[in-house]
Design a binder for this molecule. Structure first.
Ligand code: MN
Length: 347
């Protein structure tokens, strides 16, 4: 397959998904700050719009990179979004986190997505939109950092006090919105926000299956991480098989708290996760994926099978034992091929 064909399929990665999800987050990779946020927004809106005009989309080969307004219609199909209360309300939560990696700037994500018309597009799909002010990570993280002189700092989970405090606040908010029957749409921020999203989601709905769209596996834990950057750890920290007790990481002690309804601390079973779009995996992560039997579709699989088939297989895997489970989509912009989202400084 030529590079050109491969890239075309990467475009399908953005446009041809056909899911019925109950929560989603979107995060930014630091080198993609200049990424045209309209595309990211289009992608998320498509997921929330769900199946609208999907037959035409499939028939057209999953293309349609134009204006979402022309391709999506409100859905009144009550078999969709079964876990979301009527009338359907999406809670837009800004999580402008930067401490999961070294570069400042990922905090602009929520602002860029809002500027590109996200809220209007969601409302045009028939959703009630609850736009929540961004979490005040400046204040939350600064307060957490004050403790760094009094408590030990994890050598290989950088800025864990800040990431931990921010994600704790995010988890509480996400959990409360899910318990109200709302669809939390979390706008990052770097992907360390996944720690907060997943924790909140798994507390409210422990059966949730997770679709992780990302170039990276984000399956590191401090013992194996090459960089110590926590944006590479959100999934690793949720797996009991990879880290037994997260209280060893300063700032993450709250992850081991028992939830109010007794469902235990948030954990993600390896068979409740599917990767889509992997193309840059660390050695330790490769080993974990193999050992734990995690379902993973790389960019090669997408080029080989097409995104439609990949998504069918992903859903089949997640739903085979539990067809009614809620689904969470986590979308890292770095999954988009650089040909469509140029890294900073290269355009
Ligand atoms: Mn990621």
């Amino acid at each position: 397959m030529s590079a050109c064909d491969a890239n075309l399929d990467h475009r399908y990665l953005i446009d041809a998904f056909d899911l019925n999800i109950e929560s989603a987050d979107i995060s930014f990779y630091p080198t993609m700050l200049r990424y045209p946020s309209r595309r990211a927004q289009s992608y998320v809106v498509r997921q929330v719009g769900k199946r609208a005009a999907s037959s035409e989309t499939r028939a057209g080969g999953g293309a349609g990179i134009g204006n979402v307004h022309h391709q999506l219609f409100p859905t009144d199909d009550n078999s969709l979004f079964r876990h979301v209360a009527q009338p359907r309300t999406v809670s837009v939560i800004g999580a402008p986190m930067t401490y999961g990696q070294p570069f400042v700037g990922t905090d602009r994500g929520p602002e860029l997505l809002r500027e590109s018309g996200l809220l209007k597009d969601l409302s045009s799909l028939g959703w009630r939109v609850e736009d929540i002010p961004d979490l005040d990570f400046d204040a939350i993280c600064a307060e957490a950092a004050k403790n760094s002189s009094t408590c030990s700092v994890s050598p290989n989970a950088k800025h864990s006090l800040q990431v931990g405090a921010g994600c704790s606040a995010l988890a509480d908010l996400v959990e409360s919105k899910l318990r109200l029957g709302r669809f939390p749409l979390i706008l990052g921020g770097d992907h360390s926000i996944g720690i907060g999203s997943l924790a909140g989601i798994l507390r409210a709905k422990p059966q949730t299956g997770v679709i992780w769209v990302d170039a990276h596996a984000d399956l590191n834990v401090p013992t194996v991480s090459e960089s110590g950057n926590m944006h590479g750890m959100p999934l690793g920290l949720m797996m009991k098989e990879l880290i037994e007790d997260r209280r060893i990481i300063p700032g993450l002690e709250w992850l081991e708290d028992e939830s109010k309804d007794g469902s235990g601390p948030p954990r993600l079973p390896p068979d409740s996760l599917v990767y889509v779009g992997l193309r840059d995996i660390d050695q330790a992560e490769r080993r974990f994926i193999k050992q734990l039997g995690i379902k993973a579709f790389t960019m090669y699989d997408i080029d080989h099978l097409g995104i439609g088939r990949v998504m069918d297989l992903a859903l089949e895997h997640l739903m085979k034992n539990n067809p009614d489970r809620p689904l969470h989509l986590s979308y890292d912009i770095d999954a988009v091929d650089p040909v469509h989202a140029l890294p900073q400084g290269q355009r």
